[in-house]
Design a protein. Structure first.
Length: 200
């Protein structure tokens, strides 16, 4: 299963967005400085294509997708009727690894992806090990019995976290109440530029 395994701080600095889903003082100080020895000097105006590319890279890094996955997702949506922006966000937000993260079962999307791929997440009481699995409305997502005894997971579950409007959470169980909308989430990238990039 292909995934990004490089340094996360470097990725976050490259995109200028905190992708680590946690507060890090060292990252906060350097977030607006690109990685590398000459990062501070790299200030050049981007072309229209460059802007589109950066927004696309930002979206991919945020949700942990590789180019082929993201391209296929956008092309699938473009063939459907409806608001393309809404449909893209809807598909990204209903990926199993993202839903696990949004329910507060994991501290980051990287951690939630690992929980899924290691078989610690159940969908309607069935073990699913595919992070890109599309969760459907009324699907119940829960932690395995083993993970419910894990001290680290128990610590995370105790933390108060606001659950997004399209989800419902009760203990170690969660449910997708409805399909997510643009206004439900804080989007860190310009969806219009991404659509323009793939429409070239």
């Amino acid at each position: 299963m292909a995934r990004y395994t490089g340094p996360k701080h470097k990725l976050a600095r490259r995109e200028g967005v905190n992708l680590l889903d946690k507060t890090s003082q060292s990252l906060a100080r350097r977030l607006n400085i690109p990685p590398g020895v000459h990062g501070k000097k790299r200030k050049k105006r981007l072309s229209e294509y460059g802007l589109q590319l950066r927004e696309k890279q930002k979206a991919k890094a945020t949700y942990g997708l590789l180019e082929k996955q993201f391209k296929n997702l956008v092309h699938t949506v473009q063939a459907q009727k409806g608001d393309t922006k809404e449909l893209i966000i809807s598909l990204l937000e209903t990926r199993l690894d993202n839903v696990v993260y949004r329910l507060g079962f994991a501290k980051s999307r990287f951690m939630s992806r690992q929980l899924v791929s290691h078989g610690h997440i159940l969908v309607n009481q069935k073990k699913i090990t595919i992070p890109s699995y599309q969760v459907k409305v009324d699907d119940v997502i829960s932690l395995s019995a083993k993970m419910q005894q894990n001290p680290r997971i128990l610590e995370i579950l105790k933390e108060e976290q606001q659950v997004l409007p399209f989800l419902k959470k009760q203990g170690a169980n969660g449910k997708l109440e409805r399909m997510p909308k643009m206004e439900d989430v804080q989007v860190l990238f310009d969806m219009q530029l991404i659509i323009e990039y793939y429409s070239r």
